[in-house]
Design a binder for this molecule. Structure first.
Ligand code: AMP
Length: 175
């Protein structure tokens, strides 16, 4: 096995207890991003899962953008941002959802996607699945087909996959 394949991505994830509030064990991805080899491995593995199967990459503000834009660039395809409420300048669709800590709304430009486009949606962490479910609904509202969903990390105990039933979900690290 080469040194590259032996790289354990989970060794680059830092656990921060009680952030952003008491009771949350926050998975900090910044040590992974700082390590060029680990970040490259991560994007390469994501690309390998969807290469040739998708037309566009969607991802969710803000940590999703780090992986989504790198992935789109690696695949040589376009990138579409799903942003927090009030940030996109043109006409949008909006979806409200519940977070592990709080509630929020996300938006997409109405003209961002072609009807029938095959999209992959990328985010850093699957917790309760509420954020990704809202993103899926936005993509579908635009007429796209969600053919793949990717996460760097899945927090399996929170059961987020149940909210995404019927969609192919892949994760690189499961806790
Ligand atoms: P959810 O909608 O519950 O699946 O939450 C997913 C979003 O919240 C992701 O975009 C993550 O960035 C963030 N998030 C939720 N829980 C955690 C956690 N324990 N550690 C790091 N990020 C988290």
């Amino acid at each position: 096995m080469s040194r590259r394949r032996a790289l354990r991505l989970e060794d680059r994830i830092r656990e921060v207890p009680d952030f952003p509030k008491k009771g949350i064990l926050f998975r900090d991805i910044t040590p992974l991003l700082m390590d060029g080899e680990a970040f490259g491995e991560c994007v390469g593995r994501m690309a390998g899962l969807v290469r040739g199967k998708v037309d566009t990459v969607l991802s969710i503000e803000s940590r999703g953008f780090i992986f989504g834009s790198a992935l789109a660039n690696r695949l040589g395809i376009g990138f579409i941002p799903i942003r927090k409420q009030g940030k996109l300048p043109h006409k949008t669709y909006r979806m409200e959802y519940e977070l592990e800590y709080g509630t929020a709304a996300v938006e997409i430009h109405r003209d961002a996607l072609k009807k029938g486009a095959r999209v992959v949606i990328v985010d850093d962490v699957l917790a309760t699945g509420g954020t990704m479910k809202a993103a899926v609904q936005l993509a579908r509202k635009c007429g796209a087909r969600v053919t793949s969903i990717l996460f760097l990390i899945e927090l399996a105990a929170l059961g987020g996959r149940r909210k995404l039933r019927g969609y192919p979900v892949s994760t690189l690290i499961t806790y």
